[in-house]
Design a protein around this ligand. Structure first.
Ligand code: 3PG
Length: 220
């Protein structure tokens, strides 16, 4: 079998935390107070999306100022972005889809990557590149937990783990996290784009804290 594209310590960190905050940052100067607000609430893994011109600068700022934050970068759509995000200091990448050209590049660059999957064929394409952690996207409209569990069952012997994203929130995420197939959940509800632009740091901290509290209760 092809070697996993994910270092053990990084996947352990993701599993231990159980939650990934998906971020769209418009102004790079919002990066530091945002990272601070999330860490204060106990969220220490992010998917900072490449959807704004300031994304790379934002990654650099968070990597520099907050070594305790595990910085992933999302929405990697083109192979040339792989070296760029790696150079910016991101430790792993994600995408909404399973693009073989992008995934091949992440393997060549030894950059841990979580491709998006929505079908069994996507899972099998990802397997061929050594991907063992997959983003189930969009989770809620794509069939939810029931669909994920049916789709993942034939691959259970391979130990694949999923990160459901898309439509998750404080009300529905714990069901996902209880599944043996799910290593972590995530979403943008913790720090919405508008809240970031409006500097609602206290509200972001509070949502992060509530989510982390729910996760800790589940671990008991
Ligand atoms: C994304 O890539 O946008 C994420 O999966 C987040 O989805 P959400 O905004 O529904 O949480």
């Amino acid at each position: 079998m092809i070697k996993s594209n994910f270092p053990e310590d990084l996947s352990t960190r993701i599993t231990k935390s159980g939650i990934v905050a998906v971020l769209v940052i418009d102004k790079p100067e919002d990066s530091e107070p945002l990272a601070e607000a999330l860490l204060k609430g106990g969220v220490n893994i992010i998917e900072l999306t490449l959807r704004t011109p300031s994304a790379i600068e934002s990654v650099k700022r968070i990597v520099k100022g907050f070594p305790e934050m595990t910085v992933g970068i999302g929405t990697i759509l083109f192979p040339e972005q792989v070296s760029e995000v790696k150079a910016a200091g991101a430790v792993f990448g994600l995408a909404p889809g399973m693009n073989p050209i992008v995934v091949k590049k992440t393997v060549e660059e030894s950059f841990p990557f979580i491709p998006g999957i929505a079908t069994a064929s996507d899972i099998e394409a990802a397997l061929g590149f050594g991907c063992r952690i997959l983003k189930f996207f969009p989770a809620e409209t794509g069939g939810g937990l029931k669909h994920l569990e049916s789709m993942a069952t034939p691959y259970a012997h391979l130990g694949l783990k999923f990160v459901p994203l898309g439509g998750l929130n404080q009300e529905n995420f714990t069901d996902y996290l209880k599944s043996k197939f799910v290593t972590a959940i995530g979403g943008s509800w913790i720090a919405k784009r508008e809240e970031i632009s409006q500097h609602k740091w206290a509200s972001i901290t509070e949502k992060a804290r509530i989510a982390v509290e729910s996760i800790n209760k589940m671990k008991k």
